[in-house]
Design a protein around this ligand. Structure first.
Ligand code: E4P
Length: 248
């Protein structure tokens, strides 16, 4: 299972990217507000530079034409940008149309502060944008039927929100299980992103069920690496080594 980071905070992304395990990042308007940033294009381009993988940026229009216009614009920021579209009627109409559109490669990566330093040089960026087109992450998914519909419309990713389902007294992981089973039955290639992750067991359960990706908040990612017995073990090994280490 691939691991994404669920944040728009550059310092958090920089730190976790250094672990070498990060495959992508998801953002949304709430996470942008928490990061104290409104310059969505600059933030998205910096995250793409750091991660070199799919970076979800969320459209805020509520009508299909507005979502399509935002998607066309976001897709020029970097070939790594994936456009998040809400799973509503207008969103479904937008997804059906967007995934057939081409990226305006003449405007690709314009204004990017990381131009020339990035691991995706512009020639490769063009090739990727042409090959991938505009990729969609269908967000705010709370049921298997919603996942089936957005996959049928052409979404590359679907994001079921397990934490919010649990909060509302539903079983978030059961929705992941249902979607995995349905997508497996029909060979649906839309990737499942377990989202709204609240704790480490959500990551374990998502991996056991066969979710393609879990998008994990920074604090939960840190906890996923930590175990008190590891810390105790490191401390006792160092203490024992100090008793026998040759003095220099
Ligand atoms: C990710 O794509 C979602 O926007 C995010 O996981 C939502 O998480 P929340 O329910 O904690 O806001």
């Amino acid at each position: 299972m691939k691991l994404f980071l669920d944040t728009a905070k550059i310092a958090e992304i920089r730190e976790i990217a250094e672990w070498g395990i990060l495959s992508g990042v998801t953002t949304n308007p709430t996470l942008m507000a928490q990061a104290g940033r409104g310059d969505y294009k600059a933030v998205a381009q910096e995250i793409c530079y750091l991660v070199q993988g799919p970076v979800s940026a969320e459209a805020v229009s509520l009508d299909a034409d507005g979502m399509i216009a935002e998607a066309k614009e976001f897709a020029t920021w970097s070939p790594h940008v994936v456009v998040k579209i809400p799973t509503i009627e207008e969103g479904l109409k937008a997804i059906s149309r967007i995934h057939k559109l081409e990226v305006d490669v003449d405007r690709l990566c314009q204004g990017c502060l990381w131009f020339g330093k990035c691991d995706t040089p512009i020639d490769l960026a063009h090739d990727l944008a042409i090959s991938w087109g505009i990729r969609i992450n269908a967000t705010l998914v709370f049921s298997a039927t919603q996942a089936l519909l957005v996959a049928a419309a052409g979404a590359s990713y679907v994001s079921p929100f397990v934490g919010r389902l649990d909060d509302a007294g539903n079983d978030g992981m059961q929705v992941i299980a249902d979607i995995v089973e349905i997508f497996d039955n029909y060979g649906i290639e839309t990737e499942i992103i377990t989202a709204s992750v609240r704790h480490v067991m959500h990551i374990v359960e998502a991996a056991k069920l066969g979710s393609d990706i879990a998008t994990v908040p920074y604090g939960v990612m840190k906890k996923a690496l930590t175990h008190p017995l590891t810390d105790v073990g490191v401390k006792s090994f160092l203490a024992d080594w100090a008793k026998v280490a040759p003095s220099s």
